[in-house]
Design a protein around this ligand. Structure first.
Ligand code: APR
Ligand code: ZN
Length: 251
C-alpha cells in the first residue's frame, strides 16, 4: 500500500509548478540526531522551557549548555542521510522550489539543497550576547569539558548563544515571510519529519492548503495536520524520500 501512496505523491509532485517542502527533526533522525518529540525525543528527557527558553538562558546559560554538551557530538558529526539527498535531487530536478526547515543542523545545505529557509536559525554558529563576537559552534564544543557555561573568547562574557531561536524568542521575520510566500504560491506542499505541534512553523502547511496546495505528509507518527493531507505516508524519510525521488519523471 505504501508504494501506491508514494506513487501518488510522485504524480502530484511531477505535475507541480511550485513544489515546496517543510522539514523537521525527523528528517535528521537517520543521521543520528535525536528528535525532540516522538519515541526517545529530547523533550521526554528534559523540560524544554528549562533548557531551551530564552528566559532561562538569560537567567543562567548552564542548563542549555549542559544539554548542548551532551548532544553536541551527535549533531556536529552528523552527515546528510538519503532523505536529505533525495530532497536536494528533487530541487535540482526542478520539483522543489526550496526546502523550509525547522532544523538548525545544516544538513540540507550539506546535502546540496541550494535554497534552504531556516525558520529556527543555524546551530553552526554561536554569538556572544554581550559583545556580538561570533564563533563556530564546533570550536565551542571542544572547551565544554572544562568551561561550563562557555565563555566568550573576546569579552569573557557567559552569554554565548547559538544563532538559533529558543522558546520565547522572536522568529526571523525575513525567513518567515519567505516561507509563507512560498507556501501560498505552492501547488504541492511536502511535510517531512515534523510533529507539526510548534507554531508558527506548523502554520506554513496550513497556509499552503488554504491557498489550494495538495499536502503530502511523510512522518513516522501521526500529526495534527494528517487530516488535511491528500497523501499520508507513515514511514522513515530516509527510505520514503529516495523512493519518491526515484519515481519522479524529469520536471
Ligand atoms: N522519518 C520520518 N519521521 C520521523 C523519523 C524518520 N526517520 N524519525 C522520527 N520521525 C518523526 C517523529 O515521529 C516526530 O513526529 O519526526 C517528528 C519529529 O518531531 P519533533 O521532534 O517535534 O521535531 P519538529 O517537528 O522539527 O519540532 C519542531 O520544536 O523543539 C522545537 O525548535 C525545535 O525545531 C524544533 C521544533
Ligand atoms: Zn563577548
Amino acid at each position: 500500500m505504501i508504494n501506491g501512496r508514494i506513487g501518488r505523491a510522485a504524480e502530484l509532485l511531477s505535475s507541480a509548478h511550485a513544489g515546496i517542502a517543510l522539514t523537521g527533526a525527523g528528517v535528521s533522525a537517520e543521521s543520528g540526531i535525536p528528535t525532540f518529540r516522538g519515541e526517545g525525543g529530547l523533550w521526554s528527557q528534559y523540560d524544554p522551557v528549562k533548557v531551551a527558553s530564552i528566559g532561562n538562558f538569560l537567567n543562567d546559560p548552564t542548563a542549555y549548555w549542559s544539554v548542548a554538551r551532551e548532544r553536541g557530538p551527535a549533531v556536529l558529526s552528523a552527515r546528510p542521510n538519503p532523505g536529505h539527498a533525495a530532497l536536494a535531487a528533487l530541487e535540482e530536478a526542478g520539483h522543489l522550489v526550496a526546502v523550509i526547515t525547522q532544523n538548525t543542523d545544516g544538513l540540507h545545505q550539506d546535502a546540496g539543497t541550494q535554497r534552504v529557509i531556516e525558520l529556527h536559525g543555524s546551530g553552526r554558529t554561536v554569538q556572544c550576547l554581550d559583545c556580538g563576537a561570533r564563533e563556530k559552534r564546533a570550536e565551542v564544543q571542544s572547551r565544554l569539558a572544562t568551561e561550563m557555561p562557555p565563555l566568550c573568547r573576546m569579552c569573557g562574557g557567559i552569554f554565548l548563544k547559538p544563532t538559533v531561536v529558543l522558546f520565547g524568542e522572536a522568529m526571523p521575520i525575513p525567513a518567515m515571510q519567505e516561507a509563507f510566500a512560498l507556501a501560498r504560491a505552492a501547488d504541492v506542499m511536502l511535510v517531512v519529519g515534523s510533529s507539526l505541534v510548534v507554531y508558527p512553523a506548523a502554520q506554513i502547511p496550513l497556509a499552503a492548503v488554504e491557498a489550494g496546495a495538495a499536502l503530502v505528509v511523510i512522518n513516522a507518527e501521526a500529526t495534527p495536520l494528517d487530516r488535511h493531507a491528500e497523501v499520508l505516508i507513515r514511514g522513515r524519510s530516509g527510505e520514503v524520500l529516495p523512493e519518491l525521488a526515484a519515481l519522479m519523471s524529469p520536471a
